[in-house]
Every structure is written in C-alpha cells, then in structure tokens.
Design a protein around this ligand. Structure first.
Ligand code: PLP
Length: 450
C-alpha cells in the first residue's frame, strides 16, 4: 500500500534538496512504472514527465533494447575493471561509438558513475595537466555563481549554489564569476552587449588572480539546475577568446546539455565553441544505469599520455561493462532512430513555438527561453520592466505542486518553470505537456489574483 511505502520511506530516507519533515508529513508519490514520457504511481495516477526524470531519460521509459543490452552483458561479463593492464569489449566499443559522435578534436575519456564524479575527475585532471607541464601553480578553477556541477565536495565548490556553500569547508583554489542572465542582470544593455560584459568578467577575474595561477574556466553551456539560463549569443565566443588568450582551459559541463537536448549532439555545438573537456553523464545511458565520464581533447590527452606517466586516479566501476553496454544501445538508438535530428528539425522548434504562442502574453510569464527540447518560463510581476516577484521561488514551487495535481511534472527553480521532456517526444506528447503546463500556470495566476 502507498501508505506503507511512505511510512518506510520516512523512516529511512533523507531526500535530495527537500525539507524532510514537510515531505514526511505530506508523503512522497510512489512512482512504480513508466512508458515513453508517462509515469504512474502506486495508486494508478498517471503523469506526463516533462523533465525526463532529472534531465536524463532521453529515450523515455520502457525501452526493451536497453534492458536487453544490460541482460546480455550481465550474463557475458557482469564486472571487470581497467586497473590490471586490462580492458573489455563493452567499454572499447562504447568509446569508439562515443568518439564517432563527438567532434574530431576529442580523443580520450575517463569514465565515472555520475556527473558529480565526472567533475571531481575534472578537478584532478586539470591540476595534473598543468603539473605535468611544469606549472603546478596554475591551479585555480573559475566557475559561475548559480552554476551546478554536482553534490560531492569538489563539484559543490566548483558550483555556485550559495546555499550549498553554507556548510563551509569548500575546496580552496576555486573562484566564481556571475551568471550571464540578461533578464535579471542586464539592466539597460541589449542582450548582445550584456553577453560581452558578462564574459569580460572572466577576463577581469583572470587578471585579478594572475593568468599564471588560473587553470580553467568551468561552466554549463546553458545553466540548468541554477535556473535554465541561456546566455546571449555573444557570450561563448568571447569566453573562448579570453580562455585562449590567457591559456586557461575551457571546460564544459555537458551533463544535461549532452546527447541531443538542444538538437545538437552536445550543447557546446549549439552555442558554437570548442571546449577542452566535456563532463558527461545522464543522457549517456538515458538514465537507465549510472554512468558518466570526462572527455578530453587530443591536446590534453597527449600531454597526459605522452608526458604524464602514471595518473594516480581510479574508480572501481570506471567503464563498468553493464553500464557501457546500456550506453552503447542508447547511443545507437539516439543515432539510428534519428532522435537528435528530429529534435533539431521538428520537435524542438515545435515546442519552442508552442510555448511562445501559449505564454507569450500570459500575465504571469515575463520571459521564455529555450532551444531544442529544453525550455524555461520566467515568472515576472512586470514584463516590460523585467520586475520579478519578491517571493518568486514560492510561486514557482506552488505551480510545480499544481502541475503534479494536474498530472504533469515540471520543475521549479527560483522563479522559473523548467521543461525538458524525453527527446523521443512526439508533437502530440508536446501538446499534452504544453496544455497541462498551461493549466498549472493559469491556476497559479488565478491564485495570485492575476
Ligand atoms: N552537472 C550538471 C550540469 C548537472 O545538472 C548535474 C546534475 O543535475 C550534475 C553535474 C551532477 O550529476 P549527478 O547528479 O549525476 O552526480
């Protein structure tokens, strides 16, 4: 019974980013199954999952090809590692496939179990890289306020969620610059002018710290958990110019942007820049099994391989055969079924157009951002002056709760409602998402008397 699950859950679990006592009083929804974009709970209520789980089930739920790949690999070789002068066919095949999908200047990967771990590996790899090159003092990494890179210690420090830093004891040698969010911080500047100004904060920071001390700049191509922020077009080219000028590595966290979300295989391709590293996870396996990794450019890999000797780093489950087998099946499906192409040419533009038609003049919505199958609605008190509600987080949280009641899962972050449906979504499924979201936003507006 649902009540029994909830009682046991309350007795044993501390949930992510939730007020535990309030959750226990309410009782979590007990999700028991899923098919394509739909989930259902233990009481048979159905939900359209507008968030692909946590931006990861890119192929949707219920894919028998992924389950079969896992079963085959479990029977063939359920586990082996890459420590003892050993490798195995699943991880080798995965890498060949992965690098066939990536631009040609990437060559090597270090696999992990998650996005947080990918970013932990990033911190160590960047330090190791400069150490090998005889510049151990070049070790400061610059992230962004409101960026999210995971919940382990290094990833938390690299991220810019101030409320996560409050515990103290963050890693040293990490600095932050502001997020490139025009709607909130753009003032009188055009988005293009603001994009350049936001990027130049990086240059100012590098000059303040000394280029000989700065190892890398790390950021999500579009900022996800920190509010789904899409930088103006001028931002990334300028960031790239600055990184090259001062010999600072450019590291893209592609954990949610990777594997088709924007209509390109990787989000940095959408924004038109060339990072030195990519942190990947989530969509690599469509979330069916944990797997992540750090992808390295040829330039970095050459230094590590040719000059580096031993890299004192290793994870028991790096390149896990079963995870690798699922990743292979997932990437083949994304490629061979034309999923990424469809997001770019059809379903992505369709979602963006529907949102603009439905919410363009909505009294609660001040701004709509997005590309491909990812989008955000910014709530605002006054669209013209871009004035936001003082209690915007509470309003968005309420909208999310109404969404659940209406059978749609959309996420609230600060004053924004976020959507990232599975990449296999049809136009009909997108219609359902937009219609149910409209009902949730309308009900929220009514409660505010708008
Ligand atoms: N990086 C980004 C951009 C993310 O959005 C997330 C998770 O949402 C992570 C890293 C952390 O990944 P994981 O939860 O797999 O550790």
């Amino acid at each position: 019974e649902t009540r029994d699950y909830q009682a046991a859950d309350a007795a044993h679990h501390i949930h992510a980013f939730l007020d535990q006592k309030a959750l226990n009083a309410e009782g979590p929804r007990v999700i028991v199954g899923g098919e394509r974009l739909h989930l259902w709970d233990n009481d048979g209520k159905r939900y359209l999952d507008g968030m692909s789980g946590l931006w990861c089930t890119n192929l949707g739920y219920g894919r028998k090809d992924l389950t079969a790949a896992a079963t085959r690999q479990l029977e063939q070789l359920p586990y082996y590692n890459m420590f003892f002068h050993t490798t195995h066919p699943a991880v080798v095949e995965l890498s060949e496939l992965l690098f066939s999908l990536l631009p040609g200047h990437y060559s090597h990967a270090i696999y992990t179990n998650s996005g947080s771990e990918a970013n932990e590996v990033l911190i160590r790899t960047v330090r190791r890289y400069w150490q090998i090159l005889g510049k151990p003092e070049k070790k400061i990494m610059i992230g962004r306020w409101n960026g999210y890179h995971g919940s382990t210690l290094g990833a938390t420090a690299l991220g810019g969620m101030k409320f996560m830093h409050e515990m103290g004891g963050m890693l040293p040698d990490i600095e932050h610059i502001d997020e490139p969010y025009w709607f909130a911080h753009g003032g009188d500047l055009t988005p293009e002018e603001f994009g350049l100004r936001a990027a130049r904060q990086l240059e100012e920071k590098i000059l303040e710290l000394g280029a000989d001390k700065v190892a890398a700049f790390v950021a999500e191509p579009f900022q996800g958990a920190g509010g789904m922020i899409f930088p103006p077009e001028t931002y990334w080219p300028e960031i790239q110019r600055i990184c090259r000028k001062y010999d600072v590595l450019l590291c893209a966290d592609e954990v949610i942007g990777g594997f088709g979300r924007t209509g390109e295989w990787f989000a940095h391709q959408h924004f038109g820049f060339e990072p030195d590293t990519l942190s990947i996870a989530k969509g690599l396996t469509s979330g069916y099994i944990p797997m992540g990794g750090l992808v390295l450019s040829k330039r970095m890999a050459e230094v590590l391989v040719e000059k580096g000797g031993v890299f004192a780093h290793g994870l028991t489950y790096s390149g896990h055969p079963v995870a690798a087998a699922v990743a292979i099946a997932n990437l083949k499906a994304l490629r061979d079924e034309g999923v990424v192409t469809q997001v770019k040419s059809d379903t992505g533009p369709y979602l963006q157009q529907c949102l603009r038609e439905v919410f363009g003049n909505h009294p609660l919505v001040g701004d709509i951002q997005g590309t491909g199958l990812v989008a955000a609605l910014q709530f605002a008190e006054d669209k013209a002056t871009r004035k936001r509600f003082d209690n915007e987080s509470d309003i968005a949280w309420r909208c999310r709760t109404i969404g659940f009641e209406e059978g749609v899962i959309i996420r609230s972050t600060l004053g924004r409602m976020i959507m990232a449906p599975a990449l296999v979504a049809t136009r009909a499924e997108i219609d359902e998402l937009v219609t149910k979201t409209r009902i949730a936003v309308d009900r929220t507006a009514q409660e505010l008397g708008l």
